[in-house]
Ligand binder design. Structure first.
Ligand code: RAM
Length: 456
């Protein structure tokens, strides 16, 4: 290769790992270094995006791009960073005209703590579902490292909301429960002084909680712990982490007014729910609280704390009635959220999951409502699919799996993406798509749903 020339390596599959490159030269003895650029991409389209034009709020340092000098030849370099990629583009930025650069080898040592030998095949004759399951398992596999990472390209850390969905998929696939247990303990061992859980944990150079707490993520520790217990029967862990779990309910309860309704979005603090930036979170927060409180009551019952169970159920009933009374719009036949009475799919989903109603009609009516706020992340779609199943709409749930995750598959996904809005493929909450993660574990839902509910 001479100056300005480039070569694209397609590794044929999504990988997480360490890249090694070997170089030699042709022509005269190199009389100047070679200056090369490396771009690593999960999707091919990332390569055509101009990193210099990205000015979003998530740091551009996540963009997988390097510029390095090669001084002596032949040489072999192992890049120090871990990358998540399928494509590697190498461009010669500068080289002397007296020699040409030759790439002898490009390889990757791929890493994961999941073992495909543990993966039972998903039994179906349906080729489309088989493909969707395969992509979902790969997504989970590549996010399973020292912890369940949210995405191996970005943020490469343990987030609580992501962990819950990963743990569910793990129970149906790799069944590596020691990793789930490790993650639960990492959270529980890193609470803030008041006992609240952080939304995310850093593991390098040492374990440290992120200084961010989220209303929903803290609460979701409770069902994550319950799910873990139900999958493993590990009562000791359930018992040991129960105080931490209980504390999350107690702290979230402080965000409720006398009416039994949670504070509106603007006074609640960060409650994630979805990356749709126009979403009002009040009704979803109410539903999430109820969902988690039901799980808390269940844990209390398992541990023989009858008094505790009763107290949770009493509070649950009060807040459930409040939701029906203050958040349900009789005329529209849907739940509304916030001061502006916003109608969204998320609010309906969480009211179903929280056990406020099992009327799937609210989902239909919300969809038809003018200005209804939709969903943009597979994270939110996961909860939507669960709500459909819980409300007796299994066939529709499968249609969503085919349309939404199948939609990404048709776009050529090797792993499922952090964000997918079929109506707006360029949507990004971060101000640009180049920093998006295209292997994001909260998107591995099909591995869970297909195996649990749609096995032949
Ligand atoms: C994204 C992360 C993660 C999610 C948080 C709220 O930036 O990648 O998946 O849990 O947002």
């Amino acid at each position: 290769m001479g100056e300005g020339e480039s070569v694209l390596f397609d590794f044929q599959e999504h990988l997480v790992g360490y890249v090694t490159l070997s170089f030699s030269t042709e022509g005269s003895h190199p009389d100047a270094p070679a200056w090369i650029e490396l771009q690593l991409a999960e999707r091919k389209q990332e390569l055509s995006e101009d990193a210099d034009k990205y000015h979003g709020w998530v740091s551009k340092s996540w963009i997988q791009q390097e510029r390095i000098h090669l001084d002596t030849f032949p040489c072999r370099i192992r890049l120090p960073r871990r990358y998540a990629f399928r494509y590697l583009k190498l461009t010669v930025l500068g080289i002397s005209t007296k020699y040409r650069l030759k790439v002898e080898e490009a390889s990757c040592e791929a890493v994961s703590s999941a073992d495909d030998a543990d993966l039972k095949p998903y039994e179906t004759q349906d080729a489309e579902l088989l493909a969707i399951d395969r992509i979902a398992c790969r997504t989970l596999h590549d996010c399973m490292q020292d912890v369940f990472e949210d995405g191996p390209k970005r943020d490469r850390r343990l987030w609580l909301g992501d962990l819950r969905l990963q743990a569910l998929a793990n129970a149906e696939t790799y069944r590596q429960f020691d990793l789930v247990k490790r993650c639960l303990y990492l959270f529980a061992g890193s609470t803030f002084e008041n006992g609240r859980l952080s939304a995310a944990i850093f593991t390098e150079p040492e374990i440290e909680a992120d200084d961010t707490a989220m209303f929903d993520y803290s609460l979701l520790f409770v069902p994550t712990l319950l799910d873990y217990y139900e999958a493993t029967g590990d009562r000791e862990t359930l018992f040991e982490l129960w105080d931490t779990a209980k504390r999350q309910i107690a702290m979230a309860a402080e965000s409720f007014g006398e009416t039994g309704i949670v504070r509106d979005s603007d006074r609640l603090g960060w409650c994630f729910v979805d990356w749709n930036l126009s979403l009002n979170k009040q009704a979803s927060a109410q539903g999430i609280y109820l969902y988690c409180e039901k799980a808390a009551a269940r844990i209390a019952a398992i541990l023989g704390d009858i008094e505790g169970e009763r107290a949770f159920m009493q509070d649950y009933e009060a807040k459930r009635s409040a939701a029906l009374r203050y958040l349900y719009d009789e005329e529209k036949g849907v739940f509304i959220s916030g001061a502006d009475c916003q109608v969204s799919i998320a609010s309906q989903v969480w009211m179903i999951l929280g056990g406020v109603t099992n009327d799937a009609g609210i989902l239909d009516r919300a969809k038809e409502a003018p200005d209804a706020v939709g969903m943009v992340t597979p994270y939110m779609y996961h909860h939507y699919v669960q709500a459909l199943i819980d409300a007796g709409r299994k066939t529709q749930a499968l249609e969503i799996l085919r349309a939404y995750w199948g939609g990404m598959a048709k776009e050529g996904a090797d792993t499922f993406w952090e964000l997918y809005n079929p109506d707006d493929p360029n949507e990004s909450p971060y101000g640009g798509t180049i920093v998006l993660s295209y292997c994001h574990a909260w998107s591995c839902a099909p591995a869970y749903f297909l195996r649990k509910y749609f096995s032949e």
